[in-house]
Design a protein around this ligand. Structure first.
Ligand SMILES: [Zn+2]
Length: 70
């Protein structure tokens, strides 16, 4: 683990918007990736979670067709 993260906290940037409330984050110090869990907390981004997120994203896209995506 990065020293900064040990002493303080992970410092996240949003990597991907999945839905309004689910996002994928990456720590700018240690590059560890996280995502929003079902309970609204941050959880490590596993390959399974990534799969769920991409499915969630395509479902979300279908539901909000007013918004145009490229
Ligand atoms: Zn970190």
């Amino acid at each position: 683990m990065h020293l900064f993260c040990k002493l303080f906290h992970h410092e996240f940037v949003i990597k991907k918007d999945i839905t309004h409330y689910v996002k994928e984050y990456e720590c700018i110090h240690c590059r560890k990736q996280f995502t929003t869990s079902d309970t609204g907390n941050l959880t490590p981004l596993t390959s399974k979670r990534r799969e769920i997120n991409s499915e969630l994203k395509s479902l979300h896209k279908k539901r909000s067709q007013k918004t145009s995506y490229s």
